[in-house]
Design a binder for this molecule. Structure first.
Ligand code: CMP
Length: 221
């Protein structure tokens, strides 16, 4: 927990008091942590693993975000008046979460105004990303949307390697389609094109962007 950005402004003493409030819980790959519309009274911090935040109508998913260690989620149901989950959360790998109950979260926030500020900053950053994605959906073609999504994924999931960057996620074409408002066939076609142009490589189901600067130029073009 010490390394978690949320708590970077806390003193050691405060951190020591905090640790017992957190439970840990481990989920197998493909498990729902919660579903959209359920009442929620816990906040989650990812200790290890990967979680997708999505909405669905039973037929299709819309993936809003993919989080990994040090990310938190589930704050909205705790802070909003509605108190229900605004989206579902599911593990994409075996995942261990720190769990904080609402009353502990609320007293923590009361006692440490800086934590509220950190949560607000993160929430605004997510809003900015969602705004970008919404704009892309209406103004960009599928190929550009997919390329922009790959670029966005490098923020959180990218590992720099030489002049390129590996996106450290095993994503299916369907999942990329669910992130970009397109269909699986289109993702397959676009990724093949990008591979043929040697813009990306696929290594063990992970996408490697060969030259980041060049990729950014291509997206802008
Ligand atoms: P909550 O509504 O409690 O449950 C779903 C969680 O997903 C929500 O809290 C946020 O933590 C997260 N979430 C919801 N919408 C988005 C979004 N657009 N981008 C990133 N995270 C989100």
């Amino acid at each position: 927990l010490r390394n978690f950005p949320f708590f970077q402004d806390l003193e050691e003493d405060d951190l020591d008091k905090l640790s017992p409030l957190f439970l840990t819980r481990t989920y197998e790959k493909g498990t729902d942590v919660f579903r959209e519309g359920e009442p929620g009274d816990e906040l989650y911090i990812i200790q290890s693993g990967i979680v997708k935040i999505y909405r669905d109508d039973g037929v299709r998913d819309v993936i809003l975000a993919i989080f990994r260690d040090d990310d938190f989620f589930g704050e909205m149901a705790l802070l909003e008046n509605e108190q229900v989950r605004s989206a579902s959360a599911q593990t994409l790998e075996k995942t261990t979460l720190y769990v904080l109950k609402r009353r502990d979260f609320v007293s923590l926030v009361y006692q440490n105004p800086m934590i509220s500020l950190r949560i607000l900053q993160t929430a605004l950053d997510r809003l900015r990303k969602t705004n970008e994605m919404t704009t892309d959906l209406t103004m960009r073609d599928a190929r550009t949307r997919i390329m922009k999504m790959l670029l966005r994924l490098t923020d959180k999931h990218g590992i720099l390697q030489k002049s390129g960057v590996l996106i450290d996620l095993k994503l299916t074409h369907q999942q990329i389609a669910d992130m970009t408002g397109t269909v699986r066939e289109t993702v397959t076609k676009v990724l093949l094109e990008l591979q043929n142009q040697q813009v990306i490589l696929v290594k063990k189901k992970k996408i490697y962007i060969c030259n980041l600067a060049e990729f950014e130029r291509l997206v802008e073009a």
